[in-house]
Design a protein around this ligand. Sequence first.
Ligand code: 5RP
Length: 220
Amino acid sequence: MTQDELKQAVGRAAISYVVDGEIVGVGTGSTANCFIDALAAIKERIPGAVASSEATRQRLESHGITVFDLNEVETLSVYVDGADEINAAMQMIKGGGGALTREKIVAAVARQFVCIADASKLVPVLGHFPLPVEVIPMALGHVTRELTALGGQPVLRTGFVTDNGNRILDVRNLRIADAAALETRINQIVGVVTNGLFARRAADICLLGTADGVRTLTAS
Ligand code: 5RP
């Protein structure tokens, strides 16, 4: 199977986690897009969705799926999203598409986080993928210096502005021995909106697309 076929398989598999009659939280990226396309086939069973980015909002609306503002809902039964990396503890690096802050907010409201990923995303240790950090523009110099002091090599994502009007630093070479501690540490830097470590709110399950089919993983 190709990587695209694996993404389509996990997108379809995640439909079984959607609760009839309830609004679903939807992530961002090519794998999340596969979920959105599968969701279109059952859209009559749900009131609609909350989107984690403008791109996701547009794709949902293009399928005729109603998009709710997050402030209109108190809780979501499920949030479905992809990842750039996921480990056996279900901790992730996200934000390759730059939507990390809204993704983290929607995930925080959801009772269950279902990560959908092709097999290439499962890693023994997080950090090969550069860690995205969303930064208030006036703080870019300060945050760059602070991340460098932590041992990272931050690089400004050129030509990219987030849905929140901010910039992204992609940080290479971070030692991520304790993902939850590093997530907290980076978020304490003044000017950081959030970073792409999803360790404090990890996924509850991962639907992993493999050549042998979709595997369901939980934290080990
Ligand atoms: C976007 C994300 C995506 O979930 C992540 O980048 C994975 O994307 P894809 O499914 O295209 O590989 O965090 O901000």
